[in-house]
Design a binder for this molecule. Structure first.
Ligand SMILES: Cc1cc2nc3c(=O)[nH]c(=O)nc-3n(C[C@H](O)[C@H](O)[C@H](O)COP(=O)(O)O)c2cc1C
Length: 173
């Protein structure tokens, strides 16, 4: 066993990606709260997945403890993957040592508004009103429009095929 996926997921979207990756790589997949059970001495490649909450990836500090391994990280969020957003997430969540060696990927998840915690519902109502609704209609792409249409119900943009570049990177290590 030389590869492992460790993930944090609150509502199941990151867990889905973590399971897809572990299934493709035929390696174990362990939730972040069970990380103490892992024998890291046998691990050569550590893949950390974490959902984004206000730009923060829970568990990102785990990578600082494993600078001797191949490091892969992925975030799952609502924002469509973009170079500028990647850069911001990496800067805010990883130390310089980790940034210098981690291979980072960003995937899209989803949201089921009714399943959110009270606080998350409150925050997401605010984000819609003060940010999303203010994006001019001409600047909204198809996915953004779909998200706004289904915002208070549920939508899921997760897509197994998007893990392929991460898999190809792991295969080169
Ligand atoms: C309070 C709150 C804050 C969020 N902040 C971000 C964010 O900063 N960037 C982003 O892309 N998605 C953000 N999201 C969307 C979640 O990352 C998305 O719903 C994800 O699929 C959740 O994955 P999980 O179920 O694995 O935790 C936020 C969602 C909530 C409820």
């Amino acid at each position: 066993m030389t590869k492992i996926v460790v993930y944090y997921s609150k509502y199941g979207y990151t867990e889905k990606y973590a399971n897809w990756i572990a299934d493709t790589l035929a390696c174990p997949c362990v939730p972040l709260d069970q990380v103490s059970q892992i024998d890291f001495s046998k691990i050569k490649t550590l893949i950390l997945g974490s959902s984004l909450y206000a730009g923060t990836m829970k568990g990102s500090k785990l990578l600082d403890e494993h600078l001797d391994k191949n490091l892969i990280a992925f975030s799952v969020g609502l924002r469509s993957p973009s170079e500028a957003y990647f850069t911001e997430i990496i800067e805010n969540n990883f130390s310089k040592e980790v940034r210098d060696k981690v291979h980072f990927y960003q995937f899209q998840g989803g949201m089921n508004f009714k399943e959110l915690s009270f606080i998350h519902r409150l925050l997401m109502r605010g984000i819609k009103k003060f940010t999303f609704d203010k994006v001019p209609v001409a600047e909204r792409d198809e996915q953004f429009t779909k998200m706004l249409d289904c915002y208070y119900e549920s939508f899921d943009f997760s897509d197994r095929s998007t893990i392929q570049p991460l898999i190809e990177q792991v295969d080169t290590l």
